[in-house]
Write a protein that binds this ligand. Structure first.
Ligand code: GFB
Length: 312
């Protein structure tokens, strides 16, 4: 990928897409193509085809998606399935029609069966039942992987896929009803400290284990794979270590400086008990994460404070 390659980053306003754009710019890529959802409806196949014809990108990072935490996934089930299926199908098909040189599709660790052995190896895909709270999102992401594989098999397209673990960092969603756990905890502890509240409520039992990756690390992995990885098999992207939600809450509490107690609301779902990625294929491909969880949480907290994302 030359520095003047025409690179389309789908989803550039989101947490992942914006991190990829930041990294590409930092690395001197000068021809980055972006469209907001107001300018281009990725669910509209004709509009997506016309956009690819007029812009003729050579490389595509497919980071556009409807995303959210456990409650949003479980509440907006139709939107998570429809929007993500349409976005993936339209972009992948347009990339094929327009003879895009290389495309990287981004999925999620929730593609794996709920009770798959840990750590999750790529080969465990489609070996069991999915976690019900995010089944629609997972089905759409599995379809994206299969589209990349099928277009490679039938048409010879160099379309690859990366499966990131739970992500956090700048441009995250801090809306407590829709967010993932890490931004939610940062905001809850921040507000509780500011308002001198006695406790902070954590959803579920606190026992599920999750693996986290700072989004700038993910962007580095995506660029690395775009430059160096050309195989059919999708690649897990994570840190290879996990932490319980309770331990995570205590860590965030400490970083934010909240003095009160934790309470657990077991009427809220836990979701999958564990989803730790096996990242050995990524290591073989030549990439390992660098940003440690404590440092990442501090950076995310500072970023959210400076962007005014933690106000009520
Ligand atoms: O991050 P999260 O929403 O998504 O929740 P998943 C992770 C765990 O944190 C769950 C608990 O066990 C939650 O019950 N949790 C505790 C909280 N307090 C909170 C809180 O205040 N907010 C939130 N959101 N969680 C998502 C999938 O699953 O992960 C998506 O639904 C996607 O499809 C994404 O794969 C990466 O890790 O459970």
């Amino acid at each position: 990928m030359n520095k003047d390659a025409r690179i389309y980053v789908a989803g550039h306003n989101g947490m992942v897409g914006s991190a990829i754009v930041r990294l590409l710019k930092k690395n001197g890529y000068s021809n980055i193509i972006c469209r907001s959802s107001n300018e281009l409806d990725l669910k509209d196949q004709a509009a997506v085809n016309a956009f690819f014809e007029s812009e003729n990108p050579s490389h595509v990072f497919l980071a556009a998606a409807k995303v959210g935490g456990i409650l949003a996934n479980n509440t907006y089930r139709a939107e998570f399935l429809y929007d993500n299926l349409m976005i993936a199908s339209n972009i992948i098909h347009a990339a094929y029609l327009q003879k895009v040189e290389k495309l990287l599709f981004l999925g999620s660790s929730c593609i794996y069966p709920k009770l798959a052995p840990q750590p999750l190896k790529e080969e465990y895909l489609l070996t069991g039942e999915l976690e019900p709270t995010n089944e629609p999102y997972a089905i759409a992401k599995i379809a994206g992987i299969k589209l990349c594989e099928a277009y490679r098999d039938q048409y010879g397209c160099n379309f690859i896929s990366a499966m990131p673990t739970n992500l956090y960092g700048p441009n995250d969603n801090y809306d407590l009803k829709k967010s993932h756990v890490l931004p939610a905890l940062i905001k809850k502890f921040h507000l509780a400290k500011k308002n001198n509240l006695p406790n902070v409520e954590i959803w579920g039992t606190g026992s599920p284990l999750r693996e986290f990756l700072y989004v700038d690390d993910l962007a580095e992995a995506c660029l690395h794979l775009m430059l160096h990885y050309n195989d059919k098999l999708f690649v897990n992207v994570g840190s290879g270590t996990d932490i319980s939600i309770k331990e995570l809450a205590l860590k965030v509490k400490d970083i934010v400086g909240f003095q009160g107690e934790l309470t657990f609301d077991s009427t809220k779902p836990d979701g999958t008990p564990r989803k730790l990625m096996d990242v050995s294929n990524l290591a073989k491909a030549g990439w390992t994460y660098t940003i440690k969880l404590d440092d990442g949480i501090k950076m995310a907290y500072e970023d959210a404070l400076s962007e005014g994302l933690l106000d009520e």
